[in-house]
Ligand binder design. Structure first.
Ligand SMILES: Cc1ncc(C[n+]2csc(CCOP(=O)(O)OP(=O)(O)O)c2C)c(N)n1
Ligand SMILES: [Mg+2]
Length: 277
């Protein structure tokens, strides 16, 4: 069902607050990945607050939906959202990337409540997601497996092995989302390794393909609804996004993939977002 205007406004407000929380956090700890966290803020928020059947109080129920952050470096935004949902205290966010913390720089399923799979090596998450979707099919559970990949990530060969397997086994319970921000770690996708026409590539590998603005919550929500109705093939959603979205000097800049935020940059970012420390 399409989101009401009030609900969209509520979720947009959440996203604004999550971006403020992210900047506060990464400035405090002087490390972390802002660019890729900011590009998937609306995607994660829509999935966790609107679409997925996940409950922190009953997290291990067999038929829960699964979310796999295959682009594991966006962990800060995932943690902010998991804390908001009540998986662990918000106070704990301050321990991000500290020795012995439950909140490592990349998600750790053994340590962190709410994390389904340890990720960080790109391409690994989608591969495990294919396995999870195959198990769900075999067990005849009604749940969906969602995996979020970066566009740089899909340059990894393992992604396409996983894509072939998902197609062979007709995993229509697998929804892979590509955070198509056009930028990777040390340059643009075009500079480093062009991907060609993504829609054609995924279709050629036997997938349904949908496209959406990845920052438009209503459109993205409708796209997820449409994806869930598709049958007999896995589904790829190409989400058009901007790396560093919401902070003018970070937008589209690979330099902000992983970089400490200086004091002046911090003040500017916060004023643009209209936030407070
Ligand atoms: C197998 C592997 N190779 C290299 C890296 C280092 N690395 C981390 S993030 C990244 C760039 C990812 O770009 P993209 O997938 O486009 O992410 P986003 O733009 O969404 O941040 C690289 C090369 C890694 N984590 N894993
Ligand atoms: Mg990218």
């Amino acid at each position: 069902m399409s989101l009401t205007p009030d609900r969209v406004k509520f979720l947009e407000q959440k996203c604004r607050q999550f971006r403020i929380d992210l900047i506060n956090l990464l400035h405090d700890i002087q490390t972390g990945h802002p660019g890729g966290s900011l590009s998937c803020t609306e995607i994660l928020t829509t999935l966790y607050f609107e679409k997925m059947n996940i409950n922190p109080k009953n997290f291990k129920s067999a038929d829960r939906d699964r979310f796999i952050l295959s682009k594991g470096h966006a962990a800060p935004m995932l943690y902010i959202i998991l804390a908001e949902m009540g998986f662990f205290p918000k106070e704990e966010l301050k321990s991000l990337r500290q020795i012995n913390s439950r909140l490592q720089g990349h998600p750790c399923a053994e340590k962190t409540p709410g994390v389904e799979l340890s990720t960080g090596p790109l391409g690994l998450g989608i591969s495990a997601a294919v396995g999870m979707a195959a198990v769900a099919k075999a067990d005849k559970t009604e749940n969906f497996i969602y995996a979020l990949m970066g566009d740089g990530e899909i340059q990894e060969g393992i992604v396409w092995e996983a894509a072939m397997a998902a197609s062979k086994y007709k995993l229509d319970n697998l929804i892979a989302i590509i955070d198509n921000n056009g930028v990777q770690l040390d340059g643009t996708i075009e500079e480093i390794m062009p991907l060609g026409i993504l829609k054609d590539k995924w279709q050629a590998f036997g997938w349904h393909v949908l496209e959406s603005d990845g920052h438009d919550i209503k459109e993205f929500s409708n796209t997820i609804d449409a994806a869930k109705l598709l049958k007999h093939k896995p589904i790829a959603i190409i989400a058009h996004t901007i790396k560093g979205k919401g902070i003018s000097f970070m937008e589209g800049k690979n330099e902000w993939h992983g970089k400490a935020i200086g004091d002046e940059e911090y003040a500017k970012a916060l004023s643009e977002l209209g936030g407070e420390h």
